[in-house]
Ligand binder design. Structure first.
Ligand code: SAM
Ligand code: SF4
Length: 461
């Protein structure tokens, strides 16, 4: 019998991309074959995100599409994995289209679930009612899964994500993550480093350490407490790994200077900080349960720039949080102007069931106002990004090449042997240039000849 085929679709953040890569690698190991198309898949898995309602709606509409396919191919198995699976559990399984529901804490069971659903035509539910309880068995299972399948993801040549921490304990009032990903757990440093060693042996050049508050990484053994700066130092000694990144950082004093010092001193640690502010209004920050003021946040950013000259900083903002007035929004615009981010991710507040904000605060900023604030903040940021990008004109940069550029930019095609490639600088700038596809996963030098707010263009040297 030929191998069973699996199609995996992924929604959401880097954490989800990592989970998708682990699941893909586990299923390949179990003898499944990957397929690009749903039409010839025996099993379709959707890795889901619950952070905003929009992300969940996209999954539901994708399930609607699969429902039609399943009408003509009733044997096709459909699995929903990830945060939405944990949030909705059995309710998702009531949908006739869905055969497997598996939460993020249960992904080590994915192969077993896939085989059971295919062979025994049984619906399978794997979520936990006790997501906020620390479970040693669960942690061990996740560790085992991570170390067995945390290998290079062929979809991202030369690069890999490595989890430093799971879960989150911060309970920002708007955020669903602590309810679907469970408590904060830092992985043992040697497990992280062993994985990085394996990745280096496989030819990986860049690792990105992941955690919801990765700068809060803390692992205690005996008298020693390992923090992110220690992990960066240990990772910096792994032969073959040339660039190390970490995301996402939470604005806090704890460990901040040590991490910046590591960034300044260790040549392999990329000079890039993703430090979401969420708002520039102290009133809103308090209501969001973020534990800093706009002034303290800006002070951290100033310090980052004085420790690491040339560091690039990215931010996240939520506009239209309950009771956000025009004045609060002006404070956010001011903060964005002062922070001079490389780029910002801006989201319209989306109430998430069971979060404190959803239970206690009315979603009282009208959608048109959220949209207007979103557009205005984006255009303020665009101007800043444009100015920062212009500084690169005429300069040479080193990039790690990700592969073919997904969207064609301007008229830069030089023929089939030199298609348009995309790479990133150590400071996370996106650079588009022409070169052989074989450069994917390798470093290249590019001279910047043209700039736009979010992308630099150049010629390979
Ligand atoms: N742990 C990271 C942090 O603390 O910044 C990011 C977690 S979250 C997956 C990514 C971003 O989604 C957040 O920084 C926030 O801007 C946004 N976000 C989270 N919950 C949201 C909500 N309910 N509505 C709109 N945006 C939200
Ligand atoms: Fe969500 Fe806040 Fe945790 Fe980030 S730090 S995952 S925004 S609760």
């Amino acid at each position: 019998m030929s191998a069973r085929t699996v199609h995996i679709k992924s929604f959401g953040c880097q954490m989800n991309k990592l989970d998708t890569a682990l699941v893909r690698s586990a299923l390949l190991d179990a003898g499944f074959a990957l397929t690009e198309s749903v039409d010839d898949a025996d099993i379709v898995l959707i890795n889901t995100c619950s952070v905003r309602e929009h992300a969940e709606q996209r999954v539901l509409s994708h399930l609607g599409h699969l429902k039609h396919i399943k009408e003509s191919r009733p044997d096709m198995v459909v699995g929903v994995i990830g945060c939405m699976a944990q949030r909705l559990g059995g309710k998702l399984l009531e949908d006739k289209t869905v055969d497997i529901v598996c939460g993020p804490a249960q992904i080590p069971q994915i192969t077993e679930l896939a085989i059971k659903a295919l062979q025994q035509k049984q619906k399978c539910l794997a979520v936990t009612q006790k997501i906020r309880e620390k479970s040693e068995t669960q942690t061990q299972a996740l560790e085992g899964f991570e170390s067995a399948y945390g290998i290079e993801d062929k979809q991202m040549p030369g690069q890999a994500y490595v989890r430093a921490m799971r879960g989150c304990n911060n309970f920002c009032s708007y955020c669903i993550v602590p309810y679907v990903r469970g408590p904060e757990v830092s992985r043992p440093p040697e497990a992280v480093i062993e994985q990085i060693n394996k990745l280096a042996d496989a030819g990986v050049k860049q690792v990105t350490l992941l955690g919801q508050r990765v700068n809060a990484y803390k692992y205690k053994r005996g008298d020693k407490t390992y923090c992110l700066a220690d992990l960066l130092e240990m990772a910096g000694k792994v032969d073959g790994i040339e660039w190390i990144r970490f995301v996402t950082s939470y604005p806090t004093e704890e460990f901040f200077d040590g991490i910046l010092r590591a960034m300044a001193d260790l040549s392999r640690v990329c000079n890039y900080l993703h430090l979401p502010a969420q708002s520039g209004s102290d009133k809103i920050l308090r209501a969001m349960n973020r534990h800093y003021t706009a002034g303290q946040y800006l002070e951290l950013i100033d310090r980052a720039r004085s420790f690491v000259p040339g560091i690039s900083i990215a931010g996240d903002f939520i506009v239209g949080f309950p009771n956000e007035t025009e004045e609060d929004f002006r404070d956010t615009v001011e903060l964005v102007k002062k922070a001079k981010y490389k780029n910002c991710f801006i989201f319209k507040y989306s109430p998430r069931p069971d979060t404190i904000a959803d239970k206690k605060l009315e979603d009282n900023v009208p959608m048109e106002v959220k949209k207007r604030r979103n557009t205005e903040l984006l255009s303020v940021q665009e101007q800043i990004s444009d100015e920062l990008s212009r500084d690169f004109l005429g300069k040479e940069v080193k990039v790690l090449v990700e592969g073919l550029s997904k969207k064609p930019h301007f008229n830069l095609t030089e023929g089939e042997d030199k298609p348009q490639l995309v790479g990133r600088t150590t400071t996370d700038y996106i650079v588009v240039f022409n070169g052989p596809e074989s450069l994917a996963g390798r470093f290249a030098k590019v001279k910047i000849t043209k700039s736009s707010p979010l992308t630099l263009f150049g010629e390979r040297l």
